[in-house]
Design a protein around this ligand. Sequence first.
Ligand code: ATP
Ligand code: MG
Length: 551
Amino acid sequence: MDGEKSLNFIEEIIEADLAAGKHKNILTRFPPEPNGYLHIGHAKSICLNFGLAKKYGGKTNLRFDDTNPSTEETEYVESIKADVQWLGFNWANELYASNYFDDLYAFAIQLIEKQLAYVDDSTSDEIAEQKGTPTTAGKRNKYAERTVAENLQLFEEMKAGKYADGTKVLRAKIDMAASNMLMRDPIIYRIKHAHHHRTGDKWCIYPMYDFAHGQSDSIENITHSICTLEFIPHRELYNWFIENLNIFPSHQYEFARLNMTYTVMSKRKLLQLVNEKYVLGWDDPRMPTISGMRRRGYTAESIREFCDKIGIARRENLIDIGLLEFCVREHLNKISLRRMVVFDPLKITITNYTQTEEILFSENNPEDETAGNRQIPFSKELYIEKEDFMENPPKKFFRLCPEGMVRLKGAYIIKCEEVVKDANGNIIELKCTYIPESKSGSDTSGIHVKSVLHWVSANHAVPVELCLYDRLLTVENVDAAEGDFKDYINPSSLQTITTAYAEPALKNAVINERYQFLRKGYFCLDINSNEQKMIFNRTVTLKDTWAKVNK
Ligand code: ATP
Ligand code: MG
C-alpha cells in the first residue's frame, strides 16, 4: 500500500494490449442492473472501471443492464446516475441494454439461421433434467431437431405474443456434453409478458443475461469488460457468442468482489432490509449503499481512497470495515469544522464571572489555516458533559471533580467549588470559579491542568438531535454464520440523543459541510433537519482502532 504502486493485473493486461497495438484507446463500462441502489461493492467496480479509463486516456460507458423487466425501475436508474456522479465520475454515454433489443433479436435470428439456436417447448424442469450433471453428459431432446424455417417461425410467433410465459424458450445449440454446464444449450430468450420501464409493452420476449451482456459490450466496442469472479464460467459462453456472431471481440476479465465485515452487500438482501423496515430506506445512514454513506457524511474522496487502498484481487477476501472508517476519518480530519456539542449537559455556574458575556475566538480547523475562526460566546452559565464530572473520582480521573481544575476549550481554567444536588441526591449543578488570567492564547496563570473539556454557553446554546450509528450486523462475516442474515441484525444500530446542546455556530450548519464535534466524533447535518429541529448524524467516531492495529 505504500510508495510507488505496482500495477494490478488488469492494468498489466491493458498496458500489454496498448503496447501491442491491440486497441488505440480503451473503453470500459459500468453495467448496473437497475433493481436497487448502488452499494460500496459497486463503488469498487465504478472506481475500477472509470479509474482505468482515466489512467489510460480512455472512456467509460454507463450501461443499465435492464433485460429483466419485472425488477427494474426508473427510480433506481435515477439513483444510480446520481451516485456515480457524486462519486466523481462522468460517463461517456448513458446506455441501456434495452436499447439493443432489436439488435439482440437480429443476433438470435442469425444463430437460428446458422443452425446454432432452436426453440424448445420443454418445461424448465425438463430442461434442467436433460442438462445432465457435471459428471454425466446431458441429452438433446426432439426440439433440437427443428428446422431453420420452423425455428424462425416459432421465434417470430414468440415475439408476436402468441405463447404464454414459460411455454417456449430459445436455446443456443452448443454442446450438451460440455464440462461447463453453461455451454449445454443455454437458454437465450424467454417469454415474459411484462411491462418494461423503457420499452413498455413492445416486447414479450426478453434475452437472458448471457445473451445480452457480451453482445452489448460488443455493440459498444468495449475493450475490457470487467466483472466479478462468479462470471468466470460465463466467459466461455461470452466468447462463443462473439465468435459465432462474428462481432467486435470484447474481452471479459474477472476480479474479486468486495466483501466487508459486519455488512451485507447483495441488493436482494438490502431490499429486504428496506421492505421489512429494519432500516428507514435505501439511504438510511446504516446502509452500505452509496446514498446511505453520503447521508451519513462519508465523502466521495474517502470512498475512492478506500477503493484504491483495497486494490484489485483475483481471490475472494473479506475487508475490515475499519479500513473504510479509517479512510473516512483521515479525510474528515482535514476538512471538518470543529464545533463543541454537549450530549448530556451538566450545568455550571461561574460564581466569580461578573460580565454578562464575552466573545471568544477559536479556530475552525487547526488542520486548515484557510478555514478561519469562529466566535464562541462565554458567559456565567455553561454546560459541560455530565460524564466529565465525578464526585468521587478514581485515581487516574483527570477531568472535573470537587476542588479539581480543568480547562474549558478555547476559554478559561475553572475550579469546582461546590456540588449542588436535588432532593434525591442527583447532581444538578456545579458552582465553579474561573481564573481570569488563564484565557486561552494569553494565559499568564502558570497553572497546569491535565484535562481540556468541551462546553457550551447555556443561554447561547442550540438544542440539537443526534443520531449515533453502530454496525448494522453483530457478526463479522455473516455469510459464514448459520441461519438467516436477519438473525444477526444489531438491535441497537441507531441511538438517538435528544438532550444535546450545540455552540451557536452550528446554527448555520449546511448539508454538505462536515463537522468534528470535539472529543465526540465526526458529524453532518441530516437531510431531515428543518427550521424547528436540527438533526446531526454521527459519520464516524474519533477513535481509530484500525490504524492502531494495522500501522
Ligand atoms: P448484487 O449481488 O449486490 O445485487 P450485482 O452484481 O447483481 O450485485 P449489478 O447491478 O449487476 O449488481 O452490478 C453492476 C456491476 O457492479 C457489475 O459489474 C458487478 O460485477 C459489480 N459489483 C456488484 N457487486 C460488487 C461487489 N461487491 N464488489 C465489486 N463489484 C461489484
Ligand atoms: Mg446482477
